[in-house]
Design a protein around this ligand. Structure first.
Ligand code: G
Ligand code: G
Ligand code: MN
Ligand code: NA
Length: 250
């Protein structure tokens, strides 16, 4: 309740910032884009993790305003990056079902005059659980703007495979729980290989999340995972500390 009150003024007080974590092309090992991750610094509480405040914001509905701010901020910041770098934004199921999402998206892109094909939305199973016509219509509207859609935390949901039949995702992000035991078991390796070859046949890109070791990287490259993300390549850094031009193609 108190957190909810503080959250109400967090954006206007300038307490919210975006951190960006690089995502690497597994063939060139160059940075392909960044995932935006919300950070809240409260003067008394210090850094409040998203796992604490996002559920509160979802329950109170504040996530719609916060999510709209995240979209605007990510586009404003990414427009100054080299053209080939995309930015991925996490979208809460609550925000997704809100009728203003498409308008928020449009406004964010227009205000930043950023090309839509540099923006990607990450959605989770929560969006897809209710396989309704309006869910599909929203996904189609996002696509028709030229914005990409990826399925986050792939493999952890109840029916990840059936979601792939429901909608033509651009990308899936393989949950980090599948990556963490990659170098220990042959089964884990077989699963990654099955996921990447299925996705390749479907024309869907694959991102491995939570890549922390060189051994995991080697296996993921061998198993033809398209993109890699994790502490091995970089932690999320605040935009004030992000020198994206370092990542520009030579
Ligand atoms: O960096 P990490 O601790 O930041 O993120 C924890 C969780 O919070 C992740 O599941 C991530 O998807 C979620 N998250 C981070 N930023 C945002 C955001 O801007 N919007 C939403 N809806 N979720 C976010
Ligand atoms: O659910 P989502 O994928 O959006 O959440 C991303 C979360 O994963 C963030 O909290 C981010 O900080 C965290 N993360 C990113 N890379 C790594 C990693 O290599 N190892 C671990 N343990 N967490 C990571
Ligand atoms: Mn994500
Ligand atoms: Na994820």
């Amino acid at each position: 309740r108190e957190l909810e009150l503080d959250l109400r003024s967090a954006i206007e007080k300038g307490q919210m910032q975006l951190a960006y974590q690089p995502v690497i092309n597994s063939e060139t090992l160059e940075i392909a884009g960044f995932e935006a991750l919300l950070r809240w610094h409260h003067p008394q509480r210090g850094w409040v993790p998203p796992s604490e405040f996002i559920p509160v914001a979802e329950a109170s509905g504040q996530i719609c305003d916060i999510g709209a701010w995240v979209l605007r901020q990510a586009c404003q910041e990414a427009r100054n990056w080299p053209d080939h770098l995309w930015v991925a934004v996490n979208v809460s199921p609550v925000q997704f079902k809100h009728r203003d999402l498409i308008q928020d998206l449009n406004t964010a892109l227009l205000d930043a005059s950023m090309s839509a094909n540099r923006l990607e939305l990450e959605i989770t199973e929560g969006v897809l659980l209710h396989n309704t016509e309006s869910t599909l219509a929203t996904l189609e509207s996002i696509h028709s703007l030229g914005v990409s859609i990826s399925m986050d935390d792939f493999g952890t949901g109840y029916s990840s495979l059936s979601y792939l039949r429901m909608f033509k995702f651009d990308k899936i992000k393989i949950d980090q729980s599948f990556i963490s035991d990659l170098h220990q078991t042959q089964d884990a390796r077989a699963m990654i290989g099955a996921i990447t070859s299925m996705c390749e046949n479907l024309g869907i890109k694959t991102t491995a999340e939570g890549v922390e070791t060189r051994a995991q990287q080697d296996i993921l490259i061998q198993q033809k995972c398209s993109l890699l993300q994790g502490y091995l390549f970089g932690r999320p850094v605040l935009s004030s500390e992000l020198d994206v031009y370092r990542f520009a193609k030579q």
